[in-house]
Every structure is written in C-alpha cells, then in structure tokens.
Design a protein around this ligand. Sequence first.
Ligand code: ADP
Length: 542
Amino acid sequence: MLGSIQNHPLLISSLITFAERHHGDGEVVSRRVEGDIHRSSWSDVARRSRQVARALDALGLQFSDRVATLAWNGYRHLELYFGVSGSGRVLHTINPRLPADQIAWIANHAEDRVLCFDVSFLPLVQAIHSKCETIQHYVALCDDANLPADSGLPNLVSYERWIGREPTDYDWPTFDENAASSMCYTSGTTGHPKAALYSHRSTILHAYAGAVPDVLDLSAADCILPVVPMFHVNAWGIPYGAALTGCKLVLPGPAMDGKSIHALIETEQVTCAAGVPTIWQMLLTHVDANKLSFSTLRRTVIGGAACPPAMLEAFARHHVEVRHAWGMTETSPIGTLGALKRKHMGLPPEERAGVLLKQGRAVFGVDMRIVSTDGREAAWDGKTFGDLQVRGHWVIQDYFKHEGRSPLDDGWFRTGDVATIDPDGYMQITDRTKDVIKSGGEWISSIGVENIAMSHPAIQIAACIGVPHPKWDERPIIVAVRRPGMDLSAAELIGFYEGKVAKWQTPDDAVFVDAIPLGPTGKMLKSKLREMLRDYALPASA
Ligand code: ADP
C-alpha cells in the first residue's frame, strides 16, 4: 500500500519560486567585478532567472544541454544557478584557477554550448576559445557599457542585453527530479579532471540537510557569506540553502583578501560565513594586525581542508563559533559536520576543542564507514585508521562519461581519505591516502604534524610531507612559512614538538619557504611541494 500523499518532483526551480513568494524582499548583496556593491532581492533574482531561462530557449538550447560559467560569487552567477538548472539545462561551473588547457579540455568533455564569464576572465577565455569545440555562444557577465570591444569571441553578448530583451514571465518546466542539474570537475591533480553530475533531487535534499541547526543552521533571520566559490561544488550548496530558508545572501565577488572580507562582514552584518582555512587565515591575520573585531559574525563553517587548532582558538577569542566540515566534489559536498552534542556542553574548553577539531558527524542522508587494509570495516574507537567510504542521497554513483573502474566499492564511494571514527560517530581525517606518511610500518598523520607547527606563533602556514629514508622508508619533514617579521630556526620549530607528540612522529627537519603552493581550490598542493623539494636531502643525523 502506498501513502496517499502528493508526489511533486524535487526541482531547483521550486527553490527560487519559494524564495520570491515568501522572501521576495530578502536581500542579495554582491561585490561586483566592477568593484562596487550591488543590491538586489530574492524577487529580482527570481525575475531575472526567468529571463535567463527564456534567453536559453531563444538560443535553442535543449533539455540537458550544458551552460558553463567562469565567474566569481555574484548575483548574475546566482541567477544562472536558477535559470539554467530550473529550465532543465545543466549548469557547469568551471574553476577559473585551473590551468587554461585543462579548462578547454573540460569544456569539450562536458560539451558546453554556452560560456558565461566575468569580464575579468576575458584573457583566459580569449586564450582558450579556439580550442573549445562545442561552445557556440559567449556571454560576458556585464552590461553593454562594460562589454569588451574587439574580443574576437564568436557571438559575444553582454548578459544584461542577453536577458534584458526577454519577458520576465516564464513557466518553469516540470520533469523527472533525477534529471541532471549541475556539474563540477575535480581539480585532477593526477590525470584528467573528473566530473560529478548532480541531480535536482540530490541538490534539493542536500539543501534541506544543509539548512538544519547541526549543519549550516540557516534561517530567514540569518545573513550568510559564502566565501567558498560558486565555481567549486556549488559554494557548498549555500545558494540553494539560502533560497530555501530566505536568509540574506552576501556574495564577495573577486575580493577574497582579509580586508575586503572583514569590511563586507561588518557592513552587511553577516552572521555566518563559510570557506576554506587559507581564506580564514588571511582574514584573521588582517583582523588581529589591525586590532579589529566582529560585531555580528556568530559562526564560521570551515571545510575543504583541516581546520588547524590555532584557527579554532583565534575565532573563539573573537567569540565566533567554528563548525568544521568535511566533504568532496563527489559528495555535493556536505558529508560530515562537527557540531557538538548535548553531552559535550559541560566539557572543559580543551576537551570541547578536541571534539570540534574532528571533521564531525555524518549528516542525515550520508552514511559512512572506515575500511582497514584487510577489507573489513574498522571499529569506531577513535583510534583505528581506515579508508573512508560514504554513500547517500547526494554522493556520486560514477563520474560523468567515466569508463574504467567504478569509484564505488559494494555501493560505497571510496573517498581516498584515511580516517578514524570515534564511538560518538565523529570522524577525523588523518590524511589523503596519497599523503599518508609511512614510517617504519607506522602511519603518521601529516595533518597532525601540520597542526602543531601552525599553533606556533611565528608560523603562518605549514605543510608536512614524507621524504624517503633508507631505514624507515619515509620520514616526515615540515615545510613552513614564517609570519612576516618573525624569526624562528629549524631547530626551534622541531623543539616545539617536544612533549606534544611521540619522538617518532616528530618531523626530522623543518624547511622554511616563502610560500606554500596552493591548488585551484585554495588547498595546499603537496604534489607541487614535493616537486619543489625533489633535491632535498634529510640531515645526516636523521
Ligand atoms: P578537490 O578534490 O577538487 O581539491 P574537493 O573539495 O573535492 O576538491 O576535495 C575533497 C578533499 O578535501 C577530501 O577528500 C579531503 O581530503 C579534503 N577535505 C575536505 N574537507 C576537509 C577537512 N575538513 N579536513 C581535512 N580534509 C578535508
């Protein structure tokens, strides 16, 4: 017997229809590429996303055709989120920080038909357009006054002209909720990038799950700032979650530096902000150096890479709660979140910090397990390491157009992360499988080694990598950047580990560099670091 309840497909168009109807005057504020601040509302976004849908119809785009973007976080990008997917096409957000030939490769692989780009990416688009075989239309996200002249791009039109000539009414089509809605390629540090192809159903369920109090905790009384880019995993689903709850949305455009982000948080009265640790590092450095504070910010969601303990402490000093999150492009991305349970409330601050620094509990909709090298599920004792595997409503089944070995194992997606899970269900990432350091048969967590270095007041950022060792196979070294004007020797940094970890987990050497290479999603790029240090030799004493 079936339940006698209506069955409406879960479609992205319903989010923007809801936001317009119930939160029409809710604010959407963007810093534009042009440098100014633009103010709009959910009803403006809804109206203009209908014009986007009509403009795509006018170009003759079919159901499931791909529309690519090379754009910062801004209102026009947001309108494309709803207009493209809502009308049944697939939004392909491209990460502009990828190498140019990789961008051309993925545009061809995705078979993109339209490319919408911020004018700041014009040189990039000009460099690749002749290699992009399927793109027929180029849309510059600006008005006619800012449209680049003599760009050499075929059929180039300004976004404002493109949508401005369309009527503002549109009947969003109804279709299968499992239809593809958007796609995002992983950064592909080895081999070609691979794409996760999300569906309307997965996106809506992910948005619901993301809004609940133990996850992003979004409400119509909130103001959220996704510093995480809209070109990477849909800005962690925040644009959808914001429409679902009607919260105020603040989009930072290209200005990701500490000063600009702090100014935006203060002027727009942001209550919750989300981004990767490298962004928060810049913000905190700016705030502390200028003796500033946060008057409205209550919470930061930190994910994409491990949150160092020093960052948790720095935010606590500013009375900002840290929510540590783990996820992947392949998991839409939210997998786990480190909100506390009732039983943790009375714990002393150091013990609470220990819980908060883990990557957190699985959110409803995602199931996880860790698997040992013998192929068995490992115990949830907080100590046993295993390969992290997940499954759920918004975890990929396979990559787009993928041939070869499936990323699934018995229906579980192999994340490529190594983790422990404690008896309360809090997962802790120790490493990417490829970054794990194996010394004398024991695993050393590079994240653990990095966290200690980053808690030293003279260290700005640090990465731990393994280097070959004749006796122990591999030994860890710490590669670090000193804070400007600070002095610290390698011996002093190594000495700082004393009493904090066992001798065998202490790095054998510290190497100071001017900068740690960052990947296209703002994470430390250890493959590049290993390449930089390929002639490095351990000290003779090691
Ligand atoms: P890309 O693969 O394109 O760099 P993803 O966002 O898909 O970007 O990367 C996912 C990986 O990032 C995870 O598998 C994990 O290794 C790492 N990661 C994500 N969140 C965290 C976190 N909170 N702590 C440690 N590592 C994390």
